[in-house]
Design a protein around this ligand. Structure first.
Ligand SMILES: NC(=O)c1ccc[n+]([C@@H]2O[C@H](COP(=O)([O-])OP(=O)(O)OC[C@H]3O[C@@H](n4cnc5c(N)ncnc54)[C@H](O)[C@@H]3O)[C@@H](O)[C@H]2O)c1
Length: 359
């Protein structure tokens, strides 16, 4: 049976999470950025990358795998190419500052390749595309995950990849930008955690058990004995996951995931980002007009049976934001208990967190 959930207004939840992060030794700006980023993921509908990550971050912090108050170190600066080391710092700060550096270069030179290695978890990658979109830039992001392998390659029977996300952001004049942002696994690993915490089963075809056989139990990606999540799109998704290892891990300089489970709680990300200024390419107006014409044409497709019609990537997140900002954020009881326990592990009384959350 699914555990009951609590509903908290976004600013309250943000204040509670900010206090836990600050208790871990982060400066006020860092605590605010981490909490703001996680709550933004919840607001966008991606609970897998929201405040439910806090217990894992706190474990990573306590084991020494996540470093507080870090900033990206510039390893190489070649104008339109930047190579950065995230120094195992909070991805919410490292990602923001890495993109800010890339945006500045792309505005000056027309494009920039940002190669980022050794960042701790970068959260919802669409957040970084949205930062580029706010500056009018197109961006492409290829990300690898260095943690316990969790995704099986197509044709394989056990986990070899992380959930390696790919993200593409393309601006639209009306602000309803195209933000395609997904894990190359059938579902994000955090979504199996959410299902497990809620006591729910998964659709068939998403996970395999520890023997490599099909299962609908999310536990096989959450607690031992581990199985694996399948890649999306069969050989195509598996190929894209490998591209993320080679681009986000190898080319970007942080390393690939090719070791068995090391039992560490930290989640490291490597990210290769390509930022393009359509103004500098001379196609900004053309892109804007063509995008509107094509999207109108695409959306005119008659709705499939049982569907409400065609959406573009970015639409579901916009709808969730409107809905959740008004109604508040639902956190399942197991996740909330884990968050309170994470605060306690840092010697922050649960009464304090409950007070900040308004509960
Ligand atoms: N940092 C990491 O290590 C890491 C790893 C894996 C995933 N993630 C993040 O997890 C999040 C969730 O990934 P996911 O694979 O579960 O995402 P998902 O399966 O929910 O897909 C999300 C994407 O599909 C689009 N979309 C959804 N429904 C649509 C529809 N009906 N029509 C058109 N487009 C639609 C969304 O706008 C979005 O771009 C992502 O934000 C990703 O960046 C991060």
């Amino acid at each position: 049976m699914a555990a009951p959930e609590i509903v908290i207004a976004a600013p309250r939840l943000e204040a509670a999470v900010e206090a836990i992060v600050a208790q871990g030794g982060s400066e006020a700006r860092e605590a605010a950025l981490v909490a703001g980023n996680l709550v933004a993921a919840n607001l966008a509908g991606h609970d897998s990358h929201g405040v439910g990550m806090i217990p894992r971050y706190v474990k990573a912090l306590l084991e020494g795998g996540l470093a507080v108050n870090q900033h990206p170190q510039v390893v190489l600066d070649a104008g339109t190419m930047l190579r950065l080391d995230g120094r195992a710092g909070y991805g919410q700060v490292i990602g923001l500052e890495a993109m800010a550096l890339g945006i500045e270069r792309a505005r000056k030179h027309g494009s920039c390749v940002v190669a980022l290695g050794n960042s701790h978890h970068l959260g919802r990658i669409g957040h970084w595309a949205e930062q580029c979109l706010a500056a009018g830039l197109v961006s492409l992001h290829f990300v690898n995950v260095i943690s316990r392998p969790i995704v099986a390659p197509w044709g394989g029977r056990d986990a070899r990849f992380g959930t390696n996300p790919v993200c593409i952001g393309i601006p639209r004049p009306n602000g309803e930008h195209f933000v395609l942002d997904f894990a190359t696994s059938r579902i994000a690993q955090g979504k199996t955690r959410v299902a497990h915490n809620q006591g729910k089963r998964l659709e068939p075809g998403i996970v395999i058990d520890d023997k490599g056989d099909p299962s609908t139990d999310p536990r096989y990606s959450v607690i031992p004995p581990f199985g694996a999540i399948m890649p999306f799109g069969e050989h195509k998704g598996s190929g894209l996951a490998l591209a993320c290892e080679l681009l986000g891990g190898a080319l970007a300089g942080g390393g690939t995931q090719h070791l068995p489970d090391q039992g560490k709680m930290r989640v490291m990300n490597g990210m290769l980002s390509i930022l393009i200024d359509p103004e500098a390419l001379g196609t900004a107006q053309f892109l804007a007009a063509q995008a509107e014409a094509f999207i109108a044409w695409e959306k005119a497709s008659p709705p499939a049976a049982g569907a409400e019609g065609v959406l573009i990537a970015g639409d579901p997140e916009r709808a969730r934001r409107r809905e959740r900002a008004a109604k508040g954020l639902a956190v399942d009881a197991t996740t909330w208990e884990e968050i309170l326990a994470a605060g306690e592990a840092l010697k922050l009384a649960r009464a304090e967190v409950l007070k900040l959350a308004g509960l």
